[in-house]
Design a protein around this ligand. Structure first.
Ligand SMILES: Cc1ncc(COP(=O)(O)O)c(C=O)c1O
Ligand SMILES: [Zn+2]
Length: 440
């Protein structure tokens, strides 16, 4: 464990005590709102050992030295040490030679949010908080509910009208108290009041404009960078990930900075932020120092990243890494999801498919070179958002007898599947034309 000595504003550098209440810096306000990050003392940082081969520890706990949690308070469900899959078929479909998938769906509640929850819940236990709470309509809520239950801490999830049924079911089955608000912004004053009045530890953002989640929890995302670095033995050229408020991006960036600061590496990857509405893309293009909200021009199928405004923490990571923000809409997303499933055996949530679409587009534009080493962060399992709007099971005909036609149709389908393995499109296939990427 390293003991946090302060929280520091990412924008203005103001230092706050580690028990600072509130979501973000109190000096950087309005459009300039900014999150804080955790600072450690030089003696702790000097002891950090990324190559520790301590076989008694597993998953994220291997990196306990770099996290703000005492080992006796650790709350584990088996998070971290997620696979880094090397791909060949998907790599060639996207037009790159070296494509890896960091598969966060294999975390205990099937999303990367478990990295935040593990650290945040342990920290809440450590400081004696009576309750953990979050504003979430999906993966973060289910994850926090699970870790709180494991820790024996009550959990409150403030969600909203219209939250996806399967997501809400996961939160409830894991024992959290669920509040449904008419409007999503109404959740924040409620949580702010609970923090002030009852000392609840709030893990999500809880003020507008959103700056990001608790910096303590974001520390958990550093371990994604450490694991990628250990598995590859190097820093990738590109790391593509789905981005909403940029918690994962900010935390992973801090992880690579840790590796750099301690002399393990001399650079960080260039990040590719795949976003639904384009607020980061606009801020980058305008060379702006703030991320303004964009009207949500369409209803994104990738509901987990549906917010129309990202946050300064994401912009900063993109700037510091010479990164790129790219808007990925609904078009072709379900087909790409099903293709990844069909050719790699991996079923990801639609938000997690956005990085693949981004890589394909940037490769086509020649921004990514064919020999670059690319890692895509797949943040959650496809089982998390099983929804009628994202599947079309209704079109499968029902067969009443084992007739000749059924077998013939299966033989034809097998041919189509085999063609997909070699990235060749069959004209009779009902798939949309996704073969626009090439090795050129
Ligand atoms: C599956 C999935 N991917 C990506 C994100 C983006 O999160 P961030 O706020 O870290 O950008 C979320 C957030 O809810 C998510 O649930
Ligand atoms: Zn500030």
């Amino acid at each position: 464990m390293s003991a946090p000595i302060a929280l520091k504003c990412l924008r203005c550098g103001t230092l706050y005590a580690t028990d600072h209440q509130g979501s973000g810096c109190t000096k950087c306000t309005g459009a300039l709102a900014s999150n804080l990050r955790v600072c450690y003392g030089p003696a702790d940082v000097g002891r950090w050992n990324f190559r520790k081969a301590d076989t008694a520890l597993r998953g994220m706990q291997r990196f306990g030295d770099m996290l703000p949690v005492q080992s006796e308070h650790w709350v584990s469900l088996g998070e971290g040490d997620t696979p880094l899959h090397a791909t060949t078929r998907l790599a060639s479909y996207l037009g790159v030679e070296k494509l890896y998938i960091k598969d966060e769906s294999s975390n205990p509640t099937n999303s990367h949010k478990d990295r935040v929850s593990a650290v945040a819940v342990a920290y809440a236990k450590q400081i004696g908080a009576p309750v953990v709470a979050t504003a979430s309509s999906g993966n973060a809520g289910a994850s926090l509910a699970a870790y709180a239950a494991r820790a024996g801490l009550p959990c409150v999830v403030a969600s909203m009208k219209g939250a996806a049924g399967p997501m809400v079911a996961q939160i409830r089955k894991l024992g959290a108290h669920l509040i449904l608000m008419e409007d999503k912004t109404l959740r924040w004053p409620l949580l702010a009041e609970a923090a002030q009045r009852y000392g609840w530890f709030i893990t999500s953002p809880y003020s507008a404009p959103v700056v990001g989640s608790t910096p303590i929890g974001i520390e958990g995302y550093k371990t994604i960078a450490y694991e990628i670095y250990q598995d590859l033995g190097r820093v990738p050229d590109w790391l593509a990930l789905p981005v909403c408020y940029g918690d994962a991006l900010a935390g992973i960036h801090q992880g690579f900075l840790d590796l750099k600061i301690t002399g393990q590496t001399d650079r960080v990857p260039r990040y590719i932020a795949a976003e639904a509405h384009g607020s980061l893309q606009r801020a980058m293009a305008a060379n702006a120092d703030q991320v303004d909200s964009l009207p949500a021009a369409y209803a994104t199928l990738a509901a987990s990243v549906g917010g129309p405004q990202s946050a300064y923490q994401a912009l900063l990571a993109l700037r510091q890494s010479n990164g790129i923000a790219i808007r990925i809409g609904n078009e072709g997303l379900v087909e790409l999801q099903e293709r990844v499933g069909a050719i790699e055996g991996l079923n990801f949530e639609l938000a997690s498919v956005m990085p693949f679409a981004a890589v394909r587009q940037l490769r086509n534009e020649g921004v990514i070179a064919s020999g670059d080493l690319v890692v895509c962060l797949a943040t959650a399992s496809g089982l998390k958002d099983l929804d009628k709007s994202t599947s079309d099971w209704a079109e499968i005909p029902i067969s009443s007898q084992p007739q000749e036609e059924v077998l013939e149709a299966a033989v034809a389908a097998v041919k189509r599947i085999a063609l997909k393995f070699s990235n060749i499109e069959d004209e009779t296939s009902p798939q949309m034309d996704l073969a626009s990427s090439s090795n050129a």
